[in-house]
Design a protein around this ligand. Structure first.
Ligand SMILES: Cc1cc2nc3c(=O)[nH]c(=O)nc-3n(C[C@H](O)[C@H](O)[C@H](O)COP(=O)(O)O)c2cc1C
Length: 333
């Protein structure tokens, strides 16, 4: 595999640049992408984005220019700041990690004043991820984002929802239809609905979202899981359960994309789950995705999304038929 050259991110500092005047760490040299894609008609310079909650511009900008990515998906934003869950929020699992961060975020007003303008100032293609505990929460955030420079919206329907009796709205097709129908009336931005895999048949909420006005689907969010501390006999995570992500969930995400692509041949799909290499991203494209998001891999390797994008660009050189389809907004199957 032809890896990108790794310039030492601290070289700039030792040459007199400070972290205040250094624009980007430039871990990777400038690169002309050869294989773009489209998601719901929105052009992406390559098929790789960050996954929500695993990317923070303030930290990552020291390592590389995130505008090089196909898109940058930001952390879920709610109408007001959320503190997230107390106590221990993460645990390791086999080839995976489990998190119960609880959608901690500084709220949509802070996002509109701070994170989003910074990302748009460097011309990043921004997907704003939306969180809510009830339909009104989502509606308020989407209304504010509709007047913003965000390029696409990604509606995270995995949050516990009081309008759906405390269940995640993504597990109830009736509640999901009601929510997406309402949001469709509020925004003309391209709306991606991010589905939870914690259902019996993911094609049911997928169809409900599309029939209610979703422009695209992203799948999958995390799987429900937990771990026990055998010294105490108690759950490691204070919230007891959390969301499982990382390499272990790759086969689950692939099966979800495959099944939704088979059920809904036309809908644009972003594949997510366990991607840490160009090869794994390619699996999603062959399963029928238009693009992918890289999540947990970036928690311990901040540049993973860019590395995956570069690896995928090289792999697509040898697959002109697939590359042609992606460039036209079509998919392999
Ligand atoms: C620490 C952490 C925080 C996350 N926060 C969000 C979030 O705010 N909104 C969302 O839609 N998904 C969130 N996710 C889910 C990821 O975006 C992704 O769907 C999931 O982790 C599976 O992909 P991966 O295996 O590449 O991590 C989060 C995941 C992790 C690990």
């Amino acid at each position: 595999m032809d890896r990108c050259s790794h310039a030492n991110v601290w070289d700039g500092v030792s040459e007199g640049m400070t972290t205040d005047n250094m624009q980007h760490g430039n871990l990777y040299e400038r690169y002309e992408w050869k294989h773009p894609t489209q998601v719901a008609g929105v052009p992406w310079k390559n098929p790789v984005a960050t996954a929500s909650g695993t990317f923070q511009y303030a930290a990552v900008r020291w390592f590389y220019d995130v505008s090089q990515l196909g898109a940058v998906t930001t952390k879920g934003v709610s109408p007001v700041p959320w503190e997230g869950n107390p106590g221990i929020r993460t645990a390791e699992g086999p080839s995976s990690n489990i998190n119960a961060v609880g959608l901690q975020n500084p709220g949509v007003d802070h996002y509109l004043e701070d994170d989003l303008p910074k990302l748009k100032a460097i011309n990043a293609n921004v997907i704003a991820n939306v969180a809510g505990h009830c339909d009104d929460d989502y509606a308020e955030v989407v209304a504010k984002l509709n007047d913003s420079p965000a390029d696409m919206l990604e509606i995270n329907v995995s949050c516990p929802n009081v309008s759906a009796g405390g269940m995640s709205v993504g597990t109830d097709p009736v509640a999901l239809s009601r929510l997406i129908t309402r949001l469709r009336k509020i925004t003309d931005k391209k709306m991606i609905v991010k589905l939870t895999p914690n259902v019996t048949d993911i094609t049911v909420p997928a169809r409900a979202a599309v029939e209610s006005g979703a422009d695209a689907l992203s799948l999958i969010n995390t799987l429900l899981g937990m771990r026990i501390d055998i010294r105490t006999g108690e759950p490691i995570i204070t919230h007891v359960t959390g969301g499982v992500s990382g390499p272990a969930v790759l086969p689950v995400g692939l099966a979800a994309v495959w099944r939704v692509r088979t059920a809904l041949p036309e809908v644009p799909i972003i594949g997510i789950g366990g991607i840490d290499s160009g090869e794994k991203a390619l699996e999603y494209l062959y399963a029928g995705a238009n693009a992918v998001e890289v999540g947990a891999a970036a928690l311990f390797e901040p540049t993973a999304p860019l590395r995956v994008a570069r690896e995928l660009d090289a792999l697509l050189d040898a697959r002109p038929e697939l590359a042609d389809k992606l460039a036209k907004g079509e998919t392999w199957r």
